[in-house]
Design a binder for this molecule. Structure first.
Ligand code: NAP
Length: 259
């Protein structure tokens, strides 16, 4: 049976050109939403849009760098202009890994989500309400034991160490604050905290010798997640099935944070 929980809704998804964002764009479109696929990687966003079209869905694409406050404001306006509304904002774009500096990680993963939540909540209020979903992480709830320097005390600590965890804890904080501020204004704000997921972001770490087994063993379900499993949670939080869910940081992690 087809689910049509998002009929007549319009969703803006950042990072929609890959991984969790792409799976969520496909899932929300399959539930009836028109989706603005926004990404720094515009070719990736176009591929997502083409996949939505193949399944008979409606979408548009735009290039977006979430570290630009003006660009985020423009993306909100463009979504309304091109797709005729704005009901759901999924602030999902992010970067991860030892290659990034503290500033880069904070800019994309924390400041970018702040812009999308701050300006997004105001834009939804203007339209009578809606739902914001932010992608946090298990790293928004716990420290991580997966980086090379946590596994081997002889290795140097990388310059950006802690930035991902700090940014994702910040995303949970932003989510809670805006849920409190905007709950009375008919805007729900929630976060998803994925465990390790099979996406291009984790490809590098998964390819390291023994890493996939190590990471799988951190999750009580004994495996990594699939992007579609995060997309299912995002579609739920976007929908009226979550009409009384506000301010949660929802782990979708096979039990990783239950220990
Ligand atoms: P992904 O496959 O790498 O997708 C992320 C997308 O975001 C890419 O298309 C990337 O473009 C884009 N992006 C990067 N910087 C951007 C910016 N400044 N503005 C707009 N778009 C930008 O990664 P993913 O695994 O789906 O990650 C999605 C979210 O889930 C991230 O917030 C991540 O931290 C979070 N998360 C992932 C996991 C996991 O295990 N995969 C676990 C917990 C949380 P480029 O390819 O050009 O960089």
């Amino acid at each position: 049976m087809a689910i049509d929980r998002l009929n007549d809704r319009v969703a803006l998804i950042t990072g929609a050109g890959s991984g969790i964002g792409r799976a969520s764009a496909l899932r929300m479109a399959s539930e009836g939403a028109a989706v603005m696929c926004a990404d720094l990687n515009v070719e990736g966003a176009q591929t997502t849009a083409a996949q939505i079209a193949e399944h008979g869905g409606r979408s548009a694409t735009m290039e977006l760098d979430v570290t630009s406050e003006d660009a985020v404001k423009d993306a909100l306006a463009q979504t309304v202009a091109v797709l005729g509304g704005l009901d759901v904002i999924f602030n999902n774009a992010g970067i991860g890994g030892a290659a990034y500096t503290w500033d880069q990680t904070i800019d994309v993963n924390l400041t970018g989500v702040y812009y999308g939540t701050y300006h997004g909540a105001a834009a939804l209020v203007e339209r009578g309400g809606g739902a914001i979903i932010n992608t946090a992480s298990i790293a928004g709830l716990n420290g991580l034991v997966s980086s090379a320097s946590t596994r081997d005390p002889n290795l140097p600590v990388e310059p950006g160490a802690g930035a991902y965890v700090a940014a994702k804890h910040g995303v949970v904080g932003i989510t809670r604050q805006f849920a409190v501020t905007y709950g009375p204004r008919n805007v729900r704000v929630n976060a998803i905290c994925p465990g390790y997921i099979h996406t291009p972001m984790t490809a590098g770490i998964r390819e390291m010798d023994g890493a996939e087994e190590f990471l799988a063993g951190l999750h009580p379900m004994g495996r990594l997640g699939q992007p579609e499993e995060i997309a299912a949670a995002a579609a739920f939080l976007a929908s009226d099935d979550a009409s009384f869910v506000n301010g949660v940081a929802l782990p979708v992690d096979g039990g990783y944070t239950a220990r």
